[in-house]
Design a protein around this ligand. Structure first.
Ligand SMILES: Nc1nc2c(ncn2[C@@H]2O[C@H](COP(=O)(O)OP(=O)(O)OP(=O)(O)O)[C@@H](O)[C@H]2O)c(=O)[nH]1
Ligand SMILES: [Mg+2]
Length: 477
C-alpha cells in the first residue's frame, strides 16, 4: 500500500456528490471535531452553544480568519463511539453549490482538519471495529449501485448477512481443526482424529457445499451489481431501433422507413424494474449484406457470446421471410434459452396477435430446434404497447433463479477468490484425511482454509489488500 493512513488526526471531505441539488454535506471525523465545530460554527440560539451529541443545530458557518459568514447551515456533532467512524464526527449541512461546499471544506482544513483520502471514513469505521470488511465493501457497492437490485444486494452485505454465513463456516472449520490438533497433541492416547471418518464426512457434506454455494452465487450477484447486456437483433426495418428508443424513452438511435438505417451498435442503459440493463441495438441482418453490413453482422457475432439475452425482433404484420431465417442462422450458436422473440408492429394487424404469433413461430420452429413453444412477446414499439411485458420478461429471464436467500449472500470478486482458496484447502484436507496422512498436514490445510475465510471479513487482512479496497471509494465516504 503506498498510502499510509494515520488515525490520530482529523479528516474532512465533502460527503455528497457535487452538482445541483438541495443540500450538500461536509463531513469531519477525528479528535478535533468539537474544537473545529466551536471555531467555525455559530449557532443562532445562544442556548445551543453547548455541544449536545446527535442534536441538529441551526446556525451559520463562518470563516474565523475574516469573521465573515459563509453559509446558513445545520450542524450535528456525533460523539464517539456512536458515529459512522466511531470517532467524533461533525456533519455540516449547507446549501449544495460546489463553490460553497469547497469554501466550507477549506475552512475546516484551515482550522485543524486535513483532507480525507478516498474511502478513509469507511476505513476508520472498519479499523475501529464498527463494520467488518465485507460491510465496508458494501458501502462502496451501495454508493455505486447502478440499479435498485444491486442496492439491495449491497444493503444485505451491510447488514452483515454474508459475513455471518462466512463466520459460521469458519467456526465449523475451527471445530474441525481443534479435533485434528487434539490428535497431534495427544498421540499416545491414540485418539483417532476425532472419528476421522465423521470429520471427513462433515467437511465434505456440510462445509464444502456451503462454500461452493457462496462461490456459485457470485455470478448471480454480478448480474445485479454490474447489470446485463441485452442485444436487439433482427432483419432490417422490423423496428429494432424503435424498440431501443421506446425502452430508453429517448431517441438514441435513428429510425427511418429505409431498411438498413442502423449500421453500427447503439447502446442505452436502462433501469428495468431495478435491474440495470444495457440494451444494444444492432444493424439489420440480411441475406446478402453489403461490406458495411458485413462488419455490422460480425460485431453482432462477437457480442453474442457475452450477452445475457437476445431479443429477436420480427415484424408480426408480414410473413417470415428469407431474411428472418438468416437472422435465425446467425443466432444458431446461441443456447435457445438466451433468445426471446419479439413480434413488433402489432398496431398494424387486425387479426388476433396470438394467432398470428403462433403462425410466425411455426415458420421459424425448425431453426430454434425445440418442439415446445418458444417464448415470445407481441408489442408495438411505435405505440408503446406491451413494453412493460417485455421489461418483465427480460427481468425474469435474467434474474429468475435468484432465491431471496441466494441474493443476500452473493460475494464480490475478491471475496469469491478467497472462497475458492478456502475450497482448495478444504479439498486438500479431505484428501489428506482419506489417505491417512499425518494430522500435522491436515491441520495445515484446515488453517489455510480458515485464513482464507478470515480474509473476507478482514480478520487477517494484509495492508496491501486494504489499501486496494479502500482506494476504490470516492472522497467523503
Ligand atoms: N406501425 C409501426 N411501425 C413501426 C413500429 N416499430 C417501428 N416501426 C417503423 O418501422 C420502420 C423501421 O423502424 P426502425 O426502428 O428504424 O427499424 P430497424 O429494425 O432499426 O431497421 P434497420 O436499422 O434498418 O435495421 C420505421 O418507419 C418505424 O417508424 C411499430 O411498432 N408499429
Ligand atoms: Mg435500426
Amino acid at each position: 500500500m503506498s498510502r499510509i493512513f494515520s488515525y490520530d488526526d482529523t479528516i474532512a471531505a465533502i460527503a455528497t456528490p457535487l452538482g445541483p441539488g438541495g443540500i450538500g454535506i461536509v463531513r469531519v471525523s477525528g479528535p478535533s471535531v468539537v474544537e473545529i465545530y466551536h471555531r467555525i460554527f455559530r449557532p443562532t440560539h445562544t442556548t445551543d452553544r453547548q455541544v449536545i451529541s446527535h442534536r441538529l443545530t441551526y446556525g451559520w458557518v463562518f470563516d474565523p480568519s475574516t469573521g465573515e459568514d459563509v453559509d446558513e447551515a445545520m450542524a450535528v456533532v456525533m460523539k464517539s463511539p456512536a458515529s459512522y467512524t466511531r470517532e467524533d464526527v461533525l456533519e455540516i449541512q449547507c446549501h449544495s453549490s460546489p463553490a460553497l461546499l469547497h469554501k466550507v471544506l477549506e475552512i475546516c482544513l484551515a482550522n485543524g482538519a486535513r483532507l480525507a483520502e478516498p474511502g478513509e471514513f469507511t476505513m476508520r469505521a472498519f479499523l475501529n471495529g464498527r463494520i467488518d470488511l465485507s460491510q465496508a465493501e458494501a458501502v462502496l457497492d451501495i454508493t455505486t449501485a447502478r440499479a435498485e437490485l444491486a442496492g439491495h444486494l449491497a444493503l444485505s452485505h451491510l447488514k452483515g448477512l454474508f459475513s455471518q454465513e462466512v463466520a459460521d463456516i469458519r467456526r465449523h472449520l475451527v471445530d474441525a481443526l481443534a479435533s485434528v490438533e487434539a490428535a497431534i497433541d495427544y498421540p499416545e492416547e491414540d485418539v483417532e482424529i476425532l472419528g476421522e471418518a465423521s470429520l471427513v464426512k462433515d467437511l465434505k457434506s456440510r462445509i464444502r457445499p456451503r462454500v461452493l454455494s457462496l462461490i456459485e452465487a457470485y455470478g448471480r450477484g454480478k448480474v445485479l451489481r454490474e447489470g446485463v447486456e441485452v442485444l436487439i437483433v433482427g432483419r432490417p426495418n422490423v423496428g429494432k431501433s424503435s424498440l431501443l428508443n421506446a425502452m430508453a424513452c429517448e431517441d438514441k438511435a435513428i429510425v427511418t422507413p429505409v431498411p438498413g438505417t442502423t449500421r453500427d451498435l447503439v447502446e442505452a442503459e436502462i433501469d428495468m424494474d431495478g435491474l440495470a440493463v444495457r440494451l444494444v441495438d444492432t444493424a439489420g441482418i440480411r441475406t446478402d449484406p453489403d461490406p458495411v453490413e458485413q462488419i455490422g453482422i460480425k460485431k453482432i457475432e462477437e457480442r453474442l457470446h457475452d450477452t445475457a439475452l437476445v431479443l429477436w425482433v420480427m415484424d408480426i404484420s408480414t410473413p417470415v421471410d428469407a431474411e428472418d431465417l438468416s437472422v435465425g442462422e446467425a443466432l444458431s450458436p446461441l443456447q435457445e434459452e438466451k433468445i426471446l422473440i419479439v413480434l413488433n408492429k402489432t398496431d398494424l394487424i387486425d387479426q388476433d396477435p396470438e394467432y398470428l404469433a403462433r403462425e410466425r413461430l411455426r415458420s421459424i420452429g425448425k431453426i430454434l430446434g425445440g418442439t415446445r413453444q418458444h417464448p415470445y412477446i407481441c408489442l408495438s414499439a411505435k405505440k408503446g404497447v406491451a413494453l412493460d411485458r417485455l421489461s418483465l420478461a427480460i427481468r425474469q429471464r435474467v434474474v429468475s433463479d435468484h432465491t431471496a436467500a441466494q441474493l443476500k449472500i452473493a460475494p464480490n470478486l475478491r471475496q469469491k477468490r478467497a472462497l475458492e482458496n478456502a475450497l482448495i484447502s478444504i479439498d486438500r484436507a479431505c484428501a489428506a484425511l482419506d489417505q491417512g496422512v499425518s494430522p500435522e498436514l491436515v491441520s495445515i490445510d484446515l488453517k489455510d482454509a480458515i485464513l482464507a475465510l478470515e480474509g473476507i471479513t478482514g480478520e487477517d487482512i494484509t495492508e496491501e489488500v486494504l489499501g486496494h479496497i479502500f482506494s476504490r471509494f470516492c472522497l467523503g465516504k
